[in-house]
Design a protein around this ligand. Structure first.
Ligand SMILES: [Zn+2]
Length: 273
């Protein structure tokens, strides 16, 4: 599943080819993805210039000169790729935005859990999926003090707490396990039991792990392709994730896998307490 670093990588790689260019036509090969698609996607987008790309949590947003914004969520298998005008469409290509510079923005999604819709740019922050979300990990407001405050009465395990979108966005399953390992904190600890120092360390680890993933072009265990059509995974070195029964790089103990809230958690029971 594409996570924050993949979407950030996608944004950075796409923007240099699309910002400032006009959408000249739109093609749609099916009427629904996860939800029914807006039948007016073409009228709301064609003949507008792309003014800006931004990422909010795991949403990629293309802002247009007509004050509309196209919001993409890649779901499980969604991919947005940049293609040339002579591109031959492939299975699961569902939506295509044609640009005047002869590039195509193609949305492909085999399992169709993705979401694409258009809203007025002024109303972006009021959208169902974008309101009530927590802080961006790279925002200035995201710091240890903020987390200390969020966790002070929280009895849920720390791993679930850092994956809670209402607290912080973009800490997906891989990055939650990895940042807890770097902080030497057990994923099972109730959030409220963390000391201020541990929270400070965790805050830094979350930012570090996400930055490393962005630098690596976005980790993924699936078929993510970024906007430059390069495979998105120059897989960053993962310390615990997907390493069940392999030796911990620090202490050589075997990495443990457990299930927490239906998601796999990996950790070292010696290094993390
Ligand atoms: Zn260890």
């Amino acid at each position: 599943m594409p996570e924050l670093p993949e979407v950030e990588t996608l944004k950075r790689s796409l923007e240099k080819y699309v910002v400032g260019h006009k959408i000249t036509s739109f093609m749609q090969f099916r009427s629904s993805l996860r939800y029914e698609l807006d039948p007016n996607l073409a009228t709301k987008t064609v003949n507008s210039f792309i003014s800006k790309l931004q990422r909010v949590a795991k949403y990629l947003i293309i802002e247009l000169s007509n004050n509309n914004s196209i919001i993409f969520h890649l779901g499980m298998t969604g991919r947005l790729t940049l293609r040339k005008i002579n591109y031959e469409f492939q299975k699961h290509d569902h939506l295509v935005f044609v640009l005047e510079n002869e590039n195509l923005i193609v949305f492909n999604d085999s399992r169709r859990f993705g979401m694409v819709y258009v809203c007025n740019t002024n109303q972006l922050k009021m959208q169902k999926y974008l309101k009530n979300i927590g802080l961006e990990p790279f925002s200035r407001q995201f710091n240890a003090e903020y987390l200390v405050n969020c966790f002070k009465n929280k009895k849920t395990p720390i791993k679930s707490a850092i994956m809670d979108n209402k607290i912080i966005v973009g800490v997906g399953n891989i990055y939650a396990s990895e940042s807890l390992f770097l902080s030497k904190i057990s994923p099972l600890r109730p959030a409220q039991t963390l000391t201020t120092n541990e929270i400070l360390c965790l805050t830094r680890s979350i930012i570090l792990v996400l930055n490393e993933a962005i630098d690596a072009g976005g980790t993924t265990l699936r078929d993510f392709v970024n906007g430059d059509n390069k495979p998105g995974y120059f897989k960053q070195k993962l310390n615990v994730y997907d390493r069940k029964n392999l030796n911990c790089y620090c202490c050589k103990a075997k990495i443990t896998k457990i299930m927490q809230s239906g998601r796999a958690t990996y950790f070292c029971s010696i290094c993390q307490s």
